[in-house]
Design a protein. Structure first.
Length: 219
């Protein structure tokens, strides 16, 4: 098969994370996980063994070469990823990890007793950045970014900060791109290259990303 990933192991994060406030409430985001699941399917179709660490989604991975680990919070996602990272050749961080979590999750449902409620938030672990510190020269990593301004520059900073080889930039300026859409318009930023793609279905976007990763691994 063309662009074969046969013998390669891919570790992917996908979906949102939910950070509990109390037993019935959480902080989350609108990520559906579609982009991550499309990437998992695409890598698997090209012969890779895929470990998909997924936050809460309605999606199911169909390919037998995809093994799913379901998690809820960023901390759980990090723990799962840590166990799988060393063994993987390619890391793809497609999850929309919540940047903050409540400092304490109440063990009983919060009552609406006061007119105001303040929830103290603390930063979550940056999974991509933490993993970036232990990346070997033979491993390749891909991250995602969502920028509204200074897109290229901000993406370059993220590339370095998280020790990524490639960053897939979603622009919110483009109609039909990003959360809750079937389509996406991406720009792939690397240290020495910027590649622009047109608006397309997320399955085709996944194929574009997989193709470029393959090219870089075979350069
Ligand atoms: N990421 C992660 N762990 C986090 C936050 C982000 O692994 N706690 C990964 C995402 O999966 C994605 C990339 O890092 O690949 C996104 O980085 P982030 O700094 O969160 O970028 P934005 O979402 O664009 O947000 P911001 O610019 O507000 O930092």
């Amino acid at each position: 098969m063309e662009n074969s990933f046969s013998g390669k192991k891919v570790l992917l994060t996908a979906g949102p994370t939910y950070e509990p406030i109390d037993p019935v409430r959480f902080i989350g985001n609108h990520s559906t996980g579609k982009m991550g699941y499309a990437l998992a399917a695409c890598f698997a179709a090209h012969g890779a063994q895929v470990q998909l660490v997924s936050g809460p989604t309605n999606l199911a991975a169909q390919h037998p070469a995809i093994q799913v680990t379901s998690v809820t919070t960023a901390d759980e996602m990090y723990e799962a990823v840590k166990l799988l990272a060393e063994d993987a050749d390619i890391w793809v961080f497609a999850a929309a990890v919540a940047d903050y979590k409540p400092k304490v999750a109440a063990d009983k449902k919060l009552k609406k007793s006061d007119a105001e409620l303040t929830i103290e938030l603390v930063k979550n672990v940056d999974i991509a950045a933490a993993l970036g510190k232990q990346k070997r020269a033979d491993q390749f990593s891909v991250g995602f970014a969502l920028e509204t301004d200074n897109e290229g520059e901000n993406a370059k900073v993220k590339l370095q900060k998280k020790n990524l080889d490639m960053i897939v930039l979603n622009s919110l300026r483009d109609a039909g791109a990003g959360f809750r859409h079937e389509t996406n318009k991406i720009t792939i930023i690397e240290q020495e290259a910027t590649t622009l793609f047109s608006l397309k279905h997320k399955d085709e976007v996944a194929q574009d990303i997989v193709n470029l990763v393959w090219e870089r691994l075979h350069a």
